[in-house]
Design a protein around this ligand. Structure first.
Ligand code: FDA
Length: 299
């Protein structure tokens, strides 16, 4: 349960100066350049961890910006190939142009998927859920089998969506976007329950699962669920965000499970950083510590 102070700081975070947000969020982001992503993915590999690389940039306003993000993904794929890194990419359809024109996002996604490496389509807020699942299904039907989607346990519709995704490659997360109560569960335990119900549906539907969470209870229950079904470690993976609970990630790897780390990089770091900071349960101390250090440096 977060303290009142933590909740107050979360509300005020958008007012915190950008340089402070940048410093505080540096643990969550590989850096601003492709070279930074390469370094982090290589370091993770040395520790037995897989990666999925995300090019930051969801607030785009033109087809040119969507094209630039698409090109950045192609550069990532070239880099992964050149270095023989076993990693894939995660894309946001808004970054590829979904809000400008769904056909544009579709073409951009196709050009990334055409390279053959696995592409995870991140799930954004509920206004994009239908369009995201539709695009995923239609490209799969066109033969792009190297695609996967994400479901968010917080959404009330998710168990039903899971039923319609038999055999798919699905990352399951809690869901980060603030949604209206008629669409989403709000309670911590309600979201956990939805997560576990959805996980069962997906596993029973023969899906390849990415159990994406840092919630130890869900990690344990996820591992128990795959064990109960006698699944080989190659049939599922656990997933975590860069900079969050690396200790838990190390334990998961030591226990013999596949663990994939989400590695964001790029110059548009602000929105992603705010979301991560808002989720940090110790945010108040974190912000106070940084501001305190800045004041001391100025003395
Ligand atoms: P919860 O928020 O309860 O966190 C559990 C524990 O983890 C906390 O108690 C704390 O110890 C630690 N923790 C969590 N966040 C932290 C932070 N920022 N800093 C420090 N500690 C922290 N969402 C979405 O809507 N669409 C998507 O496509 C994705 N994709 C995605 C990929 C991957 C690999 C992951 C792990 C997560 C996502 N998410 C996402 C985000 C997800 O929906 C969710 O918001 C976060 O994972 C936090 O939820 P947890 O399940 O970790 O539980």
């Amino acid at each position: 349960m977060s303290s009142l102070l933590d909740r107050a700081v979360v509300t005020l975070l958008p007012a915190v100066p950008k340089p402070v947000v940048r410093r505080l969020s540096s643990r969550y982001i590989a850096g601003s350049e492709l070279e930074d992503a390469r370094r982090v993915v290589t370091r993770l590999k040395a520790k037995g961890k897989l990666a999925t690389v995300d090019v930051l940039g969801e607030e785009i306003t033109s087809a040119e910006e969507a094209a630039a993000i698409t090109r950045a993904y192609l550069d990532v794929l070239d880099m992964l190939d050149a270095d023989g890194l076993d990693a894939n990419v995660s894309v946001k359809l808004t970054g590829l142009g979904l809000m400008l024109d769904p056909a544009l996002a579709r073409e951009n996604l196709k050009s990334i998927a055409a390279r053959g490496t696995f592409v995870r389509i991140d799930m954004e807020d509920s206004s994009t859920t239908d369009a995201t699942l539709e695009l995923y299904r239609s490209l799969l039907a066109e033969g792009y089998e190297n695609l996967g989607v994400v479901l968010q346990a917080a959404l009330r519709r998710t168990v039903e969506d899971a039923r319609s995704l038999a055999g798919a490659n699905v990352r399951l997360c809690k869901g980060i976007y603030v949604e209206p109560p008629e669409l989403a569960y709000r309670g911590f335990e309600e979201i956990r329950d939805s997560y576990l119900r959805t996980l069962d549906v997906l596993l029973d539907g023969g899906c390849y699962i990415g159990v994406a969470t840092h919630d130890e209870h869900l990690v344990e229950r996820g591992i128990a669920a795959v064990r109960e079904r006698g699944l080989d470690p190659s049939a599922y993976e656990l997933q975590m965000l860069l900079g969050v609970r690396p200790d838990l990630a190390d334990r998961i790897v030591a226990d013999g499970h596949r663990l994939r780390v989400y590695v964001p990089f790029g110059r548009q770091w602000y929105e992603y950083s705010l979301r991560r900071l808002q989720e940090n349960p110790k945010i108040a101390g974190y912000v106070a510590g940084d501001l305190g250090r800045s004041l001391l440096r100025r003395r």
